[in-house]
Design a protein around this ligand. Structure first.
Ligand SMILES: [Zn+2]
Ligand SMILES: [Zn+2]
Length: 246
């Protein structure tokens, strides 16, 4: 499985990073989790064909996680996409998503692919979709609005992704995680509804986690300093256009 980090920034406007958005790919199946700045360009830079993207999962409805959607659909339309696109969102956001699609008049474009909105209940654990030997299950994240984390299983590997969230006991329940992709909006300071690098390092049992990739990062935070102080080499500070394979 390839994990493409299209963006690794927090909601705060940054100079180095686009907002957090990640594409999981395996055997020609591609799932984009959240849609931030210039998604078409980023997907192309990471060799993911716009015509081949299978699904979009929206973790929650904060702007930094969803604003690239119109641009993604428009780019797909211009390239003559044929394949249907599945978009997953929490049931509490369905009306907003449908209203947004209506506002951009996507149904009036001479669009040659269908967009299918599929809903889930983010308060429950639920398998959302599977394809390319990957399966995606959501669990409740701890944020200011309904939000989910995702467990992605592929060929016996377990990847857990959560953004945005406070440190979540649900993640601590795993006996083994191959890769934890976790938000770290700050390096040290505590901020409600989010996590710091220090909390991630101190509150999860790191011996059960093979590698930690931090995303949702803010400018001018001393992440490198903190990683050096902690001396934990398995913690990786995410960067835009990085791909991790496992
Ligand atoms: Zn965010
Ligand atoms: Zn958020």
């Amino acid at each position: 499985m390839d994990i493409h980090f299209l963006g690794t920034g927090s909601a705060y406007p940054g100079t180095e990073r686009d907002n957090t958005s990640i594409c999981f790919s395996n055997k020609g199946y591609h799932v984009l989790v959240d849609v931030s700045g210039n998604p078409c360009r980023k997907l192309k830079q990471m060799d993911v064909d716009l015509g081949e993207l299978d699904a979009v999962v929206l973790t929650h409805f904060h702007i930094d996680h969803i604003y690239g959607l119109p641009s993604l659909l428009w780019g797909m339309w211009l390239e003559g996409r044929k394949k249907p696109l599945r978009i997953f969102c929490d049931y509490r956001n369905e009306k907003k998503l449908q209203g947004w699609l209506a506002a951009m008049e996507a149904d009036k474009w001479p669009i040659s692919f269908s967009v299918k909105v599929e809903i889930f209940n983010g308060d429950q654990e639920e398998q959302l979709l599977s394809g390319g030997e990957m399966s995606f299950t959501c669990f409740k994240a701890l944020h200011s609005v309904p939000a989910v984390g995702l467990e992605v299983q592929c060929a016996g590997r377990v990847v857990v992704y959560s953004c945005d969230t406070e440190v979540n006991a649900r993640i601590g329940q795993y006996s083994h995680i191959d890769m934890l992709i976790h938000e770290a909006t700050s390096a040290r300071t505590l901020a409600g509804n989010h996590s710091s690098l220090r909390e991630v390092a101190e509150k999860y049992a790191l011996d059960k986690i093979k590698e930690i990739v931090l995303v949702h990062l803010s400018d001018n935070e001393p992440y490198e300093e903190e990683v050096t102080r902690l001396g934990i080499p398995k913690i990786v500070i995410g960067e835009d256009l990085m791909t991790k394979s496992l």
